[in-house]
Write a new protein. Structure first.
Length: 168
């Protein structure tokens, strides 16, 4: 059974995962509005994945005897200066989420809750993949450039990621 402290911390993470979903969905809308269908599809797909991450935590809390709660989230930013800013912010956001997951893992270990620790290992591996993915996208934008024809190729490459096609 989860301690009340760990339940509270996991519930905060549930809310953060749902905020991540909203953030990426809003970014997808901006990309669509600006004519970046590849980035829009990728971010919409990623929004769905983030929602599932929140649901997975929510279910775990209930299965472990805790009361799962969804906290309030603020509306994400809706306007960006360019696609570079969108993906710089996704990378920064994922780095922040990694820090939160790491703190949860430490809390589980500090409490000797090995079940929660084991459950959270999936999130640590997932965060490694998320940071790697967004870092690669940011690096591509820096190399190719986000002006002129470069932006066309960036959107096309990101769109391949949404389809599960390697963009390398």
């Amino acid at each position: 059974m989860l301690s009340p402290t760990l339940v509270d911390r996991l519930n905060v993470q549930v809310t953060l995962e749902f905020y991540s979903s909203n953030l990426y969905l809003q970014m997808a809308a901006w990309c669509d509005h600006k004519g970046y269908p590849g980035a829009s599809a990728f971010l919409a797909q990623h929004a769905s994945e983030e929602y599932q991450h929140g649901r997975k935590l929510f279910t775990y809390i209930m299965e472990a005897g805790g009361l799962a709660r969804i906290g309030a989230t603020e509306a994400p930013k809706a306007d960006y200066t360019g696609i570079g800013e969108v993906f710089e912010q996704t990378l920064q956001h994922e780095v922040m989420i990694t820090g939160k997951i790491n703190a949860l893992v430490k809390a589980a270990m500090d409490e000797g809750d090995f079940s929660a620790f084991q459950f959270l290992q999936w999130y640590t591996a997932e965060q490694h993949e998320e940071e790697k993915l967004f870092r690669q996208i940011v690096d591509r934008i820096r190399v190719i450039g986000a002006d002129g024809k470069g932006i066309y190729w960036i959107d096309k490459e990101i769109g391949k990621l949404a389809k599960g096609v390697s963009a390398t």
